[in-house]
Write a protein that binds this ligand. Sequence first.
Ligand SMILES: Cc1cc2nc3c(=O)[nH]c(=O)nc-3n(C[C@H](O)[C@H](O)[C@H](O)COP(=O)(O)OP(=O)(O)OC[C@H]3O[C@@H](n4cnc5c(N)ncnc54)[C@H](O)[C@@H]3O)c2cc1C
Ligand SMILES: Cc1cc2nc3c(=O)[nH]c(=O)nc-3n(C[C@H](O)[C@H](O)[C@H](O)COP(=O)(O)O)c2cc1C
Ligand code: SF4
Length: 653
Amino acid sequence: MKKYPNLSKTCTIRGVSYRNRIFSTPTGLTYPDEYSGAPDFRTVLFYEKKARGGAASVNYGETPVNNVDAVRRPNVDVIRPDFSRMILPAKDWIKYTDAITRHGANPCVQLCHAGLFAEPFFNGQTTGRVIGPVDMDKESGTHVSAMNEEDMARIAGDFAEAAICAVQAGFNQVMVQCCHGWLLAQFLSPAWNTRTDEYGGSIENRAKFPLQVLKAVREKVGPRVVIQIRISGDEHQENGWSLEDCIAFCKMTDGIVDIIEISAGDYHNSEHYCWVNPLMDHFVNIPIARELKKAGVQAKLTAVGGHNDPEKMDQLIGEGVVDFFSIGRGILADPDLPKKFLTGKEEDVKPCIRCSDCMAGLYTGFYQCNINPTAGQEAYLLNTPAPKSSKKVLVIGGGVGGMEAAITAFDRGHDVTLVDKGEELGGTLLFADHGHKEDLRSLKNYYVRQIEKRDIKVMLNTVADTALLDKLHPTDIIVAAGSTHRVLNVPGVENARYATAAYYEPETIGEKVVLIGGGMINCEIAISLADAGKDVTIIELLDGTARDANMFIKPTLDEMFAERADSIHVITEAATKSISENSVQYTDKEGNEFEVKADTVLYAVGSVPNSSTVEEIQEWPEWESFRAIGDCTGASIVKKAIHQGYYAAMDIL
Ligand SMILES: Cc1cc2nc3c(=O)[nH]c(=O)nc-3n(C[C@H](O)[C@H](O)[C@H](O)COP(=O)(O)OP(=O)(O)OC[C@H]3O[C@@H](n4cnc5c(N)ncnc54)[C@H](O)[C@@H]3O)c2cc1C
Ligand SMILES: Cc1cc2nc3c(=O)[nH]c(=O)nc-3n(C[C@H](O)[C@H](O)[C@H](O)COP(=O)(O)O)c2cc1C
Ligand code: SF4
C-alpha cells in the first residue's frame, strides 16, 4: 500500500496519461538559443532534472505567442516559425520535450501575451503598437491601443498557431495564461477592462475574448491535446475580479479546457500573492478550489501556493477538493520532491523557504535558488571531476553552511568530521526552533536529519583550535564559524538584549517594546510581537525599514505593517543615543532629542564575522586545502553559507 495513494494515482485526460498528481510549474530560467530562439542546452538540462525528479507534468513557462506585440521582457523563447529567417524553432523545442518525455513526464508550455505590459523594443517584428483592453498611456510613455475585433481575431490566431507549433514540437499539454495580469487577465479583470462595448462590463462580456482564444486553440490542436489554463482566484487589487467572476468564467470553459490551475495576484499590483512568502500561509489557494468544485466546474483542478505537506495533499485529493497539486519553488529547491513525496520520503525533501530570491534574480539578472546551489548550474556538474581519492575532511561549524559542506563532501566519498562548539547542530538557525519562522526551522531540521543519516563524525561541545587539528590531522578544512551579533555601542546597552531574545525568551518580553534597528530581523519580530498584543516601536537610523528585504517580501511587510499601524510605530532617520531601564533616547536628523518608553528593548544592528577562528585555523601548517565559508567571511543570509559550503566541498578532489 502506498503511503499517499491519492497523490500517487495515475490519471488519463484526452488520452494523455499522468503518472501521478504532482505538476511542476514554471520557475523561470528560459535562455533562448541564439540561433533558433528555442530553449538552449542549459535550459534543457535544468528542466530535465525536474522531469527526472518524478513530476507528472513539467511546465516550461512564459512563452509569447508572437513577437509583434506579445513580449514583455528580454530572454524569452520563440515557438513560432520565423519565415523571414527560415527558422523553425519548434524543431529545436523537440530537444526540450524529448528531455522531459524520456523520464516519463508530460511536457507543458505556457502560452502568453503581455497585452498592455508589452514594450515595442522587446518585440523583434514590432509594428510599434502595444495593445490591451483599453486605450491608455503607460508610465513608460508608451501608448496602449484598445484592441478592436481585428486585433482579437489576430491574437486568437496567434495563440492557436503557437499551440499547434507546441504540439508539433512534442507537447501534449498547453497552458493558456489567463492570470497574473497578462492580456487575457486584463480582459477578464474589471480593474483593467473598463470597456463599455460588448467586451467590457459583465463577466460574460469580459470573458468573450479569452473564450475566443480558448476556442481557437481547441479547434487548432484537436481533441487529443490537454488544454490547461491559469487563473487568479483572487487578484488582490482594487476592483479586481471576484470569486463569482472566477466561478462564472471557469464554468464557461467547460468542454474546452481540461485543467484549471488556480493562482492569485497580479504581476503589476499585487505581485507578492503570485508567489507567497514566509510571512504568508501555505496552501493559500485551496479555498478557491473548494468553491469551484462546489459550483460544479467540470475541468480538473489544481492550484499553486506553497504545497509542502504530502499528507494534506493526499487528503485534499481524496476529498475531491483538487485533482492535482502544482508546485513551483518547492521543485526548484529540490527537483526530486515529487519522487520523495510519492515514496513517503518527505523528510528528505530540502524545503523551499519561500524567500522568492529566485524570482528577484530574474529581475536583477542573476537567477539562483538560495538553498539549491545547482539550480540553473547543471552544466557545472558536468564539468566537475570526481575526487581522485577519499580525503580526511574537517568541517568547523555546524550551521547550515557547515552542514551543507559536510553532506556534500561525504556524498563525494570523503571521510568527514563536523565539529561545533555548541550543544547541538543548527548554528544561528537554532533560533527558528522558537516562534514563527517555520520555513527556516524546516530547513535547519532537514540539514540536521541529513547529517544524522550519514556516517559523518559529529563532535559537539568542541572548540576547533590548532590543538584539535594536531589531534585529528585533517587533509582538507572548511571553516564555517558564523558570525556574532554586533553589540550596540550606546550608553545603557546593558538594559537591552539582542533581538533573538524575542524567540528564545518570549515570556520575558514586556508590553511596550522598542526595537532598535529596522532591518528584516526586527521587522519580522515586530509583526510577531504585535500579533501577541504588544505595542512596538522601531527606531531606525536610515530612511526606511527592511531595506535588506527583496522586492517581493518588502510589499508584504509594508502591507502587514499598515494592517498593524495601531501597534507598530516606525521612527526612521533617528539615532539611538542611550538606553535607560524604562526608555530609549534618540535624536532625529535635525538633532532634536526624544524619548520612547519601553518595558523591553531589543536591538539588531548587524553582525561581526568570527574571523579569529578563520585566522587561527588557516595558520595551521598541514592542510592541503582550506576554505572559509558563510557568515564567518561576512554576515549574510543562508544562500551565501549554503552555496559556499557546497562549492567548497565540491572543490576537494
Ligand atoms: C534572527 C535572524 C533571522 C534570520 N533570518 C534569515 C532569513 O529569513 N533568511 C536567511 O537567508 N537568513 C536569515 N538569517 C541569517 C542566517 O541565519 C545566516 O546567514 C546563516 O545561518 C549563517 O550560516 P553559517 O553556517 O555561515 O553560520 P552559523 O549558522 O552561525 O554557524 C556557525 C557555527 O559555527 C560554530 N562555531 C563558531 N566558532 C567555532 C569554533 N571555533 N569551533 C567550533 N565551532 C564553532 C558555532 O557554534 C555555530 O554553530 C537570520 C539570522 C538571524 C540572526
Ligand atoms: C523564478 C520564478 C519564475 C516563474 N515564472 C513563471 C512563469 O513563467 N509563468 C507563471 O505563470 N508563473 C511563473 N512563476 C510562478 C510559479 O509557477 C508558481 O505559480 C509560484 O511560484 C507559486 O507556487 P509555489 O508556491 O509552489 O512556488 C514563477 C515563479 C518563480 C519563483
Ligand atoms: S528557497 Fe528561495 S530561491 Fe529557492 S526556490 Fe524557494 S523561494 Fe526560490
